[in-house]
Design a binder for this molecule. Structure first.
Ligand code: DGJ
Length: 732
């Protein structure tokens, strides 16, 4: 079994064939010893050198051993005001107004499988023998607080998950001010830090910087994980590439405010803390009450970034996403947003649907603007009733007309929002998040409904189920277009006000859980003005996400490349849109636009009336091609081959698990004179197999070790090509 506790040494060793994670009890404190490539026998019983580093590093009172200080040992759950001056994993205020906390080992259990986290998204197991879980309970008996640290290690994945549960064992309320989910201490700092910051329409850009002395904080205070940051970092050993080097990935399974703090101390030790942000956070933990933190997924990879991504991809496809769609091929859709925006009527939509059907699309998605007088973005959010001017025969009729055409029908919602100009606001002017008597900022002219309140959630669910019960709907695009401000909730006491952002997330998760369970056949797509809440928390409920409002193919290369670090192509939605592109004004050849969009979960966002017959014919061929290959694209092994962040090119491939087939996508961004020839070495093939590319035959070994020259015949800006490799059944 992959978790062992050695009584004599007090050592916990979590392992599988690829990874080891080791902790030890020192003086009843839980210290960290090692995380990295599997070590079969880890016998060293005194891993951390004992040394009196200075009288300024305090020694725990009970031990009073000058060679042991919490200030410099590697810790698993560093405390507050008890001798470690680095960043703490938690902070609480007790009834006497003080904060000092010193947790020590109390007990532990080891069991097969993995428990679900009540009310929170998390990775899971289907069978208990897929994983083993260790729960270590730490206690501060003077304060009367317990913290149970959970560690799950998967048998066949290089992934470990961590979370913490606090329990108040005292007779007084304890105020939680910081409650992080994971701490990992490394004994050195020779790392680069990779993060995925962005902005609206520029999501998940790869930024890599050397780790520096001091505290580095990467976070969201927006009430959502946000476009600005992804709750993810990777620490890379120096000179790590896509294919080589040690990588330590951390991804937080949560969609609200988060913090990822790295601290390099004066002894060049690195602490990585991940969890909910303490900004606008506080929790009144009543006697006996429990507080559960969301979980963090830790991935160790010894062969570079692709290796890390492969672990995230398979874990998220198989054991994060849920429901009947998770392993099903996703339909090619047409979405009306960029072709109509708010200006449409039934005729226009049906015309678009006819055109889409003729091209081979399978799902028609009606975007924003279909409900109650929603002619621009100033009104009607909260009134989920079809607009009788645009859709005089109603939604059900539209749905059946779409279905009669042989298309599935999808609908846009933005359930968490309310417009001031809406019936819902007139009836309930205090249902949004706000501070009483204080003006509330607007964002896209709208306010955020207070989903921490049961009555608010009930009403939105009522409106949505009324539609979903009456109208056959196959897909929902769940949008969310603004962040929180002026945090306040009518139902919470003054002491509880800072609970609102987390209570909101719990409320949101409850609503989505309910709807996805009640309508299992509906394919939910997560959207937040593009990728503004594209995180593992949402991926638990919705198996695909709109990656960005930026549909420009060239910008999308970088966005999708960055997104693919953590999410598999089947979770990433991309659509072929018109030129000049609506977000950046660029004119890109059709085939390149299609090749970028077909590298993920493919759809189109074209005004088919405006396109030439030649374009329509080409799009039809692309859709046919995509359907033929989508099993491979959506569920094959995805590897990044050339980074657009480092060159004028980008490339990635999709390879079947039996290695019989592969698709290689290659993009050249700008035309260039006297350009060096680029030889691209392929990946994931079987060196023993022979592959055909068109009429030419190559060995897998040759394609991976030597490669192919791909750029000499390409001229002009924004060019691309796709190679289809098929195994020839003759051995070398
Ligand atoms: C933002 C989304 O990302 C877009 O695709 C579109 O659905 C608009 N909202 C509609 O308001």
């Amino acid at each position: 079994m992959p978790i062992i506790f050695h009584e004599e040494t007090g050592q916990f060793h979590l392992f599988n064939k690829d990874v080891s994670y080791v902790m030890e009890l020192k003086e009843q404190f839980l210290v960290h010893a090692y995380w990295g490539e599997r070590i079969r026998s880890f016998t060293q019983s005194d891993t951390y050198p004992k040394k009196d580093r200075s009288s300024f590093s305090p020694n725990p009172y009970r031990t009073n051993d000058a060679t042991f200080s919490l200030d410099n040992v590697l810790q698993e759950f560093p405390g507050f005001d008890s001798g470690d001056y680095r960043e703490p994993a938690f902070e609480m205020t007790y009834s006497d107004g003080t904060k000092a906390t010193q947790f020590q080992y109390a007990s532990h259990t080891i069991y097969s499988g993995k428990k679900r986290l009540d009310g929170l998204p998390a990775t899971y197991v289907m069978e208990d023998d897929e994983a083993e879980t260790l729960e270590i309970t730490l206690a501060d008996n003077i304060r009367g607080i317990h913290a149970t640290l959970s560690y799950t290690i998967y048998r066949d994945r290089s992934a470990i998950t961590k979370s913490v549960q606090y329990q108040n064992m005292s007779e007084h309320t304890i105020q939680l001010n910081r409650a992080l989910s994971s701490c990992v201490d490394f004994d050195d700092a020779a790392f680069d830090l990779l993060q995925l910051p962005g902005a609206w329409a520029r999501e998940k850009q790869i930024v890599k910087t050397p780790l520096a002395m001091g505290i580095h904080v990467l976070d969201s205070k927006r009430g959502a994980s946000s476009t600005h940051q992804q709750p993810f970092i990777a620490l890379l050993r120096k000179n790590t590439t896509e294919h080589h080097g040690d990588v330590y990935g951390f991804h937080f399974v949560y969609s609200g405010n988060f913090t990822i703090r790295t601290e390099v101390d004066t002894f060049s030790q690195t602490r990585v803390l991940v969890g909910m942000n303490s900004h606008n956070f506080g929790w009144q933990l009543e006697p006996n009450a429990i507080f559960q933190t969301p979980e963090v997924v830790l991935v160790y990879a010894k062969n570079g970034l692709n290796d890390m991504s492969h672990t995230f991809h398979s874990l998220y496809t198989e054991r994060l996403a849920r429901g009947e769609h998770k392993l099903q091929e996703r339909p090619v859709l047409i979405n009306n947003w960029e072709s109509t925006y708010f200006q449409f009527d039934e005729q226009k939509l049906l015309h678009l649907a006819d055109g889409a059907k003729a091209l081979g699309a399978e799902l028609f998605v009606l975007d924003d603007g279909w409900f109650e007088a929603r002619n621009d973005d100033t009104t009607s959010l909260g009134d989920w009733v079809a607009d009788c001017k645009k859709l005089p025969s109603g939604l059900a009729n539209l749905s059946s007309q779409i279905h009669e055409r042989g298309l599935k029908f999808g609908l846009w919602f933005e359930p968490e929002m309310i417009s001031e100009q809406s019936q819902l606001f007139q009836a309930h002017p205090d249902w949004h998040i706000h501070v009483n008597g204080y003006p509330t900022s607007l964002g896209r002219n709208q306010l955020v409904l207070d989903f921490s309140r049961q009555e608010v959630r009930t009403e939105i669910v009522r409106q949505m189920t009324e539609i979903l019960d009456a109208v056959p709907i196959d897909y929902i695009k769940w949008d969310m277009n603004r962040n929180m401000t002026e945090i306040g909730s009518r139902d919470l006491t003054p002491q509880q006000q800072m609970e609102l952002p987390h209570r909101y997330m719990l409320g949101l998760y409850e609503v989505i859980d309910y709807l996805t369970e009640r309508y299992p056949h509906i394919l939910f797509e997560n959207c937040s003005g593009g990728g503004g809440r594209f995180d593992p928390g949402m991926a638990y409920y919705m198996p695909q996400s709109w990656a960005s409002d930026n549909t420009d193919a060239i910008e999308r290369i970088k966005i999708q490349y960055g997104t693919s670090l953590i999410f598999p192509p089947v979770m990433i939605c991309a659509q072929l849109s018109e030129i000049p592109n609506h977000q950046v004004g660029r004119i890109t050849p059709l085939q390149t636009r299609a090749n970028v969009a077909m590298s993920a979960n493919f759809g189109i966002m074209l005004d088919l009336n405006k396109e030439s017959q030649e374009t329509l014919d080409a799009v039809q061929q692309d859709i046919t091609w995509y359907k033929k290959h989508r099993q491979l694209i959506q569920f094959g092994r995805f590897s990044r081959l050339i980074s657009p962040y480092e060159s004028n090119f980008a490339s990635w491939s999709f390879t079947a698990s039996n290695q019989e087939e592969s698709l290689v996508f290659f993009f050249k961004i700008l035309g260039a004179a006297s350009e060096p020839f680029l030889r691209l070495q392929l990946r994931d093939l079987n060196p023993e197999y022979m592959y055909a590319i068109g009429d030419t035959t190559y060995s897998g070994e040759e394609l991976m070790k030597f490669g192919l020259y791909l750029n000499p015949d390409m001229s002009g800006d924004f060019q691309s090509k796709v190679l289809h490799l098929k195994r020839l059944v003759t051995k070398m």
